[in-house]
Design a binder for this molecule. Sequence first.
Ligand code: SF4
Length: 275
Amino acid sequence: MASSDPAPDSAAPRRPRRLLTQNREMRAIGVYNWTLPAWAGRLPDGRTYNTCPSAGICRQVCYARHGTYLWPTVRAKHQANLMFVLDDPAGWEQAMLAELAAPKFRGRFVRVHDSGDFFSDDYTRSWLRIMRSAPDVTFYAYTKEIRRFRWLIEPDPPENFLWVYSYGGTQDAQIDATTDRVADVFPNEQAIAEAGWSSQEASDLLAVLGPRLVGVPANRIPHFLRRLHGRRFSQWQAEVDAERDAHQGTGRVRSITSAPSRRRRDGRGTGTHAA
Ligand code: SF4
């Protein structure tokens, strides 16, 4: 090695060998996952990040900040994914496309973000290019990035992209439950049924392929259930927003959630999408 060559950095993260993975639940329905570390943290090199900039109350009961997600090997894998995106976005995009070219992805679904969200415009644009370059794959996502989707995606969505706006974020007030495809976390299945929403418990794909008002039963994690306190995410977030507004003296009032819409439509969310 020439003396001017940079010293090898043994702490440098290794690029993930596979970008798309499957857990048991997703394998059963033929879905592959792309995952980032949830919400905020610090990378091994000291950089801080926030992959869910519009997370609200959801971060207090975030499934991806609990259990197996905290195992060092799992966390390292998710952080390696994020570092790849941040350090070499063009290389990551190419690597994702190369992986998606494998025959096993043809006709399959990819869930973008088991955890994490579309945290920046540039990152979102990368995904839009990937989706348009992989028309044989259908991509779907839950997101709390309502404003970003309104202006960056809704006007011209890729044909092979489905999404659902999920409650529990700081942009909940931007969601229109009378027209948008929406997901809300409920205390249990009974609460979903009583509200007239449709549970996605049988298959995560129902979030984008089933009826438009999507109920997600809360994880049965005791301290999370205590925090939820029998509320839906939308209700809890609205309470927090109202408290903040009262504190700031803005006095804004908004409805918490809609009743099941009479305009409920089967199929797609906003815009036109192919399954
Ligand atoms: S947006 Fe999802 S991954 Fe991020 S903090 Fe909320 S629940 Fe967790």
